[in-house]
Design a protein around this ligand. Structure first.
Ligand code: MN
Length: 192
């Protein structure tokens, strides 16, 4: 991307320059609103404007954004400012800024913002390509066909767990009563 950073503070310029160059983008600087408006009028290749509000010249960043929009310049503008008062963000957005990035600048937020606009710009350029007639959408195939039956057999019945039968295990043969009376059998002598 080709980025214009309108900023009168050199430390912020240096920080943003490092981040933008690290992302392989080009950055131009202006320290005042007059110079920024002049550059924007003559450089249609600028893709994105980062705009400080309190500038070195006679006009503010608010004047810059208002003048841009009144010119019909719709390029994205991100207000970059330390204004922290409630309502400032809305004021910038109402004036025509697309986003607001507070100072001190958070590098992670700045990187995310650059990626966001880079992706948006790529998408817009793709959209600029000769309009290719999109093929008519085929009606969606009905998805109400029954699901194929599964051939898997029903799960085998669970084996019944062996009943807990303590009685069977402890069954013992009943004790035999002693046979006879303990006396020797009487021998009957056959008297002849
Ligand atoms: Mn400033």
């Amino acid at each position: 991307m080709r980025i214009l950073y309108v900023e009168d503070n050199e430390i912020n310029q240096a920080l943003v320059e490092r981040v933008i160059r690290a992302k392989q983008h080009t950055v131009l600087f202006r320290e005042d609103g007059e110079g920024a408006l002049a550059l924007l009028a003559e450089d249609p290749a600028i893709d994105l404007i980062l705009l400080d509000i309190e500038l070195a010249g006679a006009i503010s960043g608010m004047d810059v954004i208002k003048e841009m929009r009144s010119r019909g310049d719709a390029r994205p503008v991100v207000a970059v400012t330390a204004y922290a008062m409630m309502g400032d963000r809305e004021r910038f957005l109402e004036a025509g800024c697309d986003q607001y990035l507070p100072k001190p600048l958070n590098i992670v937020d700045l990187l995310a913002l650059l990626d966001e606009y880079d992706a948006e710009l790529s998408a817009r350029h793709d959209g600029d390509a000769p309009a290719q007639a999109a093929p008519p959408q085929e009606p969606a195939t009905p998805q109400d066909a029954p699901a194929p039956a599964t051939d898997s057999p029903p799960p085998p019945p669970r084996e019944a767990a062996p009943p807990d039968s303590p009685g069977a295990a402890s069954a013992t043969a009943p004790e035999k009563p002693p046979a006879g009376n303990g006396r020797a059998p009487a021998h009957e002598e056959n008297p002849a």
